[in-house]
Design a protein around this ligand. Structure first.
Ligand code: COA
Ligand code: AMP
Length: 636
């Protein structure tokens, strides 16, 4: 492969520090980076070890200083409440400063952790930026998680403050956040001293005297106060984002300050090909990494207009919502998960809604978060008439590992592949023994250390887990836990996870976490959760449950309780609705549950009888149950 991409990639590879030194010039530093990388600092080295900066300054203040004050920074569009509001860069700076003053008054300062548990409202983005302004470390918790998950995150981060809202709005139902927050606070050993609550008119909540503070009251008191951006080391954490690991205890992915700004700012040009001033829309949620990087930080660092959309691709009110937003705000680039397009296609297979809107501003559609199936890509290409670009990354990396760098060179699209390694990433495919495999051979996808700027330096309070989970199995490499292959042209194909993580509607979930929740049911002896294929959400969790002997209750009642239990413990986002009681689980002779085999059977894929299986007859029982439940159709 030759051309601009190859040139840029090679220039990075021959001089990584020179490459990132150059990109760092686009950032405003309080103290410029003199050294670019220190290989002896941290676990695998640290980027910009001697630089000092502030992320909020780079997202807001410097744009206002440079004449962007009147430009729209954030457009809030909420079909679920019927509200719309635009904030210019100056207005957003004013709101963020007032909130920073309020937070500081509550005793939060540099390094303190703040949990943000909020729906998709502008105040959530203000909260993130206000923390950044003070050098406080935010940790956003997705609104679809229940009290116990929220409690785990408050506990692990030892948050001093929680910023939340009275409610979220899902189609057809109001999600009362405050009771969930109150319950979470009861569960933790060191409760946060204060909370700030955005009261939404759709449902207001009670506030606990002395602990809960009304957002609006604080803002009214503090508007106009001056709060300077606190200088922090480039290596200081900007945020912690908890993501599913293989157990119920989530991993606190740490994002640093300097490398994150440099990498995201670079990606806006090189990967998404948008110019400052253009409208960029990531239709995701701030609870996920896509939301952190491309609703908040990437677009604002780069001087774009970002859209905060509180709605769904379908049903709010119809499958034309995305197109309305593109027309109304002249969106240049849209980034979403393939599942959103599958949902739209299901409602509007002929794209009749698409024809009703003027989509001439849209240049590119970007997809990530889960495997982009060729069928969905082809449909989107045909309907929208713009390039549809898949790209692959993870919460841990914070930005694209492999993609099509449309701002450098639009490479030919191969359906099913997120294309090629981005500068910053030296990707290899290894067999289980750690030997490189050739083109076309499936293996473990790994990234040669050091990781790129913006990637996680460690896990919060869990350095040993960081090494164990990512660095130990393939020494010298970061294990992505994705399996796949590289073709002759260097294009990557991401095929599956190598661990117990599943991807449901673009949401990353731990089957281990669900198993822990199910196992807490008093009638459950043991259980296994696997991700089975679903045409809309990509995967759906399915639980196989063995009930304690002697339990004489109706199995349907127990199954319903188990569904409710997972919703209660993890949250509705788990989308856990399939549970099957079985007599026994298939295991190896050493007692390991054969989850992968069960998943293959459920998906109707070909499978081999594992050599170490204890009792092969159990797989017949599982197959029969899957048939009975209609999951495995006749003939498969
Ligand atoms: N707060 C509270 N509950 C939430 C929530 C939130 N922020 N987000 C989702 N939920 C609930 C849903 O209401 C649903 O509840 P239900 O079981 O009562 O119906 C449940 O969690 C499962 O949600 P989801 O899997 O998202 O299904 P859905 O049917 O609500 O929507 C899609 C399906 C495809 C429309 C939706 O998943 C979507 O828009 N996905 C886009 C992908 C995306 O944003 N990915 C993020 C990473 S890029
Ligand atoms: P998350 O950390 O939630 O972003 O999830 C990361 C995981 O989602 C990856 O490890 C992959 O398994 C999957 N994933 C994300 N993007 C893609 C993609 N473009 N193609 C295939 N899988 C993807």
């Amino acid at each position: 492969m030759q051309g601009a991409y190859r040139e840029v990639y090679d220039s990075w590879k021959s001089d990584p520090e020179g490459f990132w030194r150059e990109q760092a010039r686009a950032i405003d530093w309080f103290s410029d980076p003199d050294r670019i990388f220190d290989k002896d600092m941290g676990t695998y080295g640290r980027w910009f070890p001697d630089a000092v900066a502030n992320t909020c300054h780079n997202c807001l203040d410097r744009h206002v200083e440079n004449g962007r004050g009147g430009q729209a920074a954030l457009i809030y569009d909420s079909p679920v409440t019927g509200k719309k509001k635009t904030y210019s860069y100056s207005e957003l700076l004013g709101e963020v400063t007032a909130l920073a003053a309020s937070i500081a008054d509550l005793g939060v300062s540099k390094g303190d952790r703040v949990i943000i548990y909020m729906p998709m409202v502008p105040e959530a983005i203000m909260a993130m930026l206000a923390c950044a302004r003070l050098g406080a470390v935010h940790s956003v918790v997705f609104g679809g998680f229940a009290a116990a998950e929220l409690a785990t995150r408050i506990e692990d981060s030892q948050a001093k403050l929680v910023i939340s809202a009275s409610c979220g709005i899902e189609p057809g139902r109001i999600v009362s956040y405050k009771p969930l927050l109150d319950r979470a606070i009861e569960m933790v050993s060191t409760p946060p001293e204060n909370t700030i609550i955005v009261q939404r008119e759709e449902q207001v909540c009670d506030l606990v005297e002395g602990r809960d503070h009304d957002f609006l009251t604080l803002m009214e008191k503090n508007r106009g106060r001056d709060v300077a951006c606190v200088p922090v080391a480039a290596t200081d954490p900007l945020y912690i984002l908890y993501t599913s690991g293989t157990t119920g205890q989530p991993k606190g992915v740490v994002r640093d300050t300097g490398g994150h700004m440099v990498a995201l700012n670079w990606s806006m040009d090189a990967i998404y090909s948008v110019k400052p001033g253009e409208v960029y829309w990531a239709a995701s949620d701030i609870g996920w990494v896509v939301g952190h990087s491309y609703i908040v930080y990437g677009p604002l660092l780069h001087g774009n207009t970002t859209i905060v959309f509180e709605g769904k691709p379908v049903g709010t009110p119809d499958a034309g919502t995305f197109w309305r937003i593109i027309e109304e705000y002249k969106v240049a680039a849209l980034f979403t998960a393939p599942t959103a397009f599958r949902a739209i296609r299901k409602e509007d297979p002929k794209g009749e809604f698409i024809g009703k809107y003027d989509l001439s501003s849209l240049r590119t559609l970007f997809l990530a978060g889960e495997r982009a199936d060729p069928d969905t890509i082809q449909w989107a290409e045909a309907m929208l008439g713009v390039p549809v670009i898949d790209h692959w990354w993870q919460t841990e990396t914070g930005w694209t590992i492999a993609g099509n760098p449309t701002g450098i060179e639009m490479l030919p699209v191969k359906h099913g592949s997120p294309a090629v390694a981005m500068p910053g990433y030296d990707i290899e495919v290894l067999d289980d023994a750690g030997h490189p495999v050739g083109p076309g051979t499936l293996g473990n996808i790994v990234v040669k250390l050091p990781l790129a700027p913006g990637n996680l330096p460690t896990l919060w309070n869990a350095e040993a887990r960081f090494r164990d989970a990512y660095l130990t199995e393939f020494p010298g490499y970061y294990k992505t836990a994705d399996a796949g292959y590289v073709d002759e042209d260097g294009y990557l194909f991401i095929m599956a996870r190598t661990d117990d993580i599943i991807n449901v509607a673009g949401h990353r979930l731990s089957t281990g976490g669900m198993e822990e929740a199910i196992a807490s049911h008093p009638d459950v002896a043991e259980c296994a959760v696997v991700g089975i294929a679903d045409p809309m959400k990509g995967q759906l969790p399915a639980g196989f449950v063995v009930i304690n002997s002697g339990v004489e209750r109706d199995m349907a009642d127990i199954e319903a309780e188990i569904v409710a239990l997972v919703r209660e413990k993890i949250g509705p986002v788990a989308a856990f609705k399939i549970v099957m009681t079985v007599n026994r689980l298939p295991k190896t002779r050493s007692g390991k549950i054969l989850r992968a085999t069960m998943q293959k059977i459920a998906d109707g894929e070909s499978w081999k009888m594992p050599a170490t299986i204890d009792d092969p007859a159990i797989l017949d029982e599982i197959t029969a149950t899957l048939r009975e439940r209609g999951i495995l159709k006749d003939g498969r």
